[in-house]
Write a protein of this length. Structure first.
Length: 287
């Protein structure tokens, strides 16, 4: 039950940044996202898997951008003639009915007729953030009958689009869980993951994360027959969907203290009977 609740909260967080409003269009009440806000607005959403696009003029009139099939089974491309009319003859011959193309087209038009309009098109630049951390783990997805805690160290490279407050990021992570006298197991893991900052302030952020793919190099000592010790070495590649939460606290212009609960639960790995204890504290800085 705890897994399901956390997964629902994690998925709901992804909707936090996508505000929608209800519009009445020809007697229909539709929830639409505002993609462009200018002299001409672009509104859109999906309904039963179908994309629908609308343009709103300065006087508040909303018209749907359509591309219906005629009796000859060919697309009529009504949206092209409508947009050409609304933009005083801007060329629409090569315009496709997609969010990307419509956004670019209306953004360019708004910028050409309104000097105060702020373009939403920005050249995408990728930035990197390097981090190091240390903590403890009980290796929640490994048999650990006495729930022994082991030291943990890690390093990661986080990748995100340049933005004053980026919400989305990907990361490459390496971590090593040490063995202890009580629990003779150690593992080195390399993982690829994704983060979404559902609380994103200038001084701190709180995010959910998921490790999508992992490769683990493990070494353990087991007791065999006749009380003999057996060394077990394994390499495993998984797509486990390991969920966690974390927070970055800004301590400098380009530096952060991070607190990560890295392995709360996994969609495709079983918890081995112990509630997860996998906590790290670290330091990150922008490159």
């Amino acid at each position: 039950m705890r897994k399901i609740l956390f997964l629902l909260l994690f998925l709901l967080a992804f909707q936090y940044n996508y505000s929608q409003n209800t519009f009445t269009i020809k007697g229909q009440q539709l929830e639409l996202k505002t993609e462009i806000d200018g002299k001409l607005d672009l509104l859109w959403n999906t309904f039963n898997g179908e994309y629908r696009y609308f343009v709103r003029t300065e006087d508040g009139q909303i018209q749907e951008l359509k591309n219906t099939k005629g009796t000859d089974n060919k697309f009529q491309e009504e949206y092209k003639s409508l947009l050409s009319k609304l933009t005083n003859g801007q060329p629409t011959e090569k315009l496709r009915l997609t969010v990307f193309d419509l956004k670019k087209f209306l953004d360019n038009y708004n910028a050409s007729v309104d000097s105060s309009y702020t373009s939403v098109q920005k050249e995408s630049k990728v930035k990197f953030r390097l981090g190091f951390s240390g903590g403890v783990t009980n290796n929640p997805f490994v048999g650990n009958p006495e729930n022994k805690i082991a030291p943990l160290i890690g390093a990661e490279l986080e990748v995100f689009e340049e933005n004053s407050l980026p919400r989305h990021s990907g990361f490459l992570q390496a971590r090593h869980a040490f063995e202890s006298d009580e629990f003779q197991y150690n593992a080195t893991e390399f993982s690829l993951g994704y983060r979404y900052r559902f609380l994103n302030k200038s001084t701190f952020s709180i995010y959910g994360q998921v490790k999508v793919a992992t490769i683990n190099f493990t070494n353990a000592t087991a007791i065999g027959s006749n009380n003999s010790e057996l060394d077990i070495n394994e390499t495993a590649f998984d797509l486990p969907l390991i969920f966690g939460i974390g927070s970055d606290i800004k301590v400098g212009e380009n530096s952060f203290i991070s607190i990560i609960y890295g392995e709360l639960f996994a969609a495709f790995l079983d918890n081995q009977g112990n509630f997860s204890t996998d906590i790290s504290v670290g330091y990150k800085f922008n490159l």
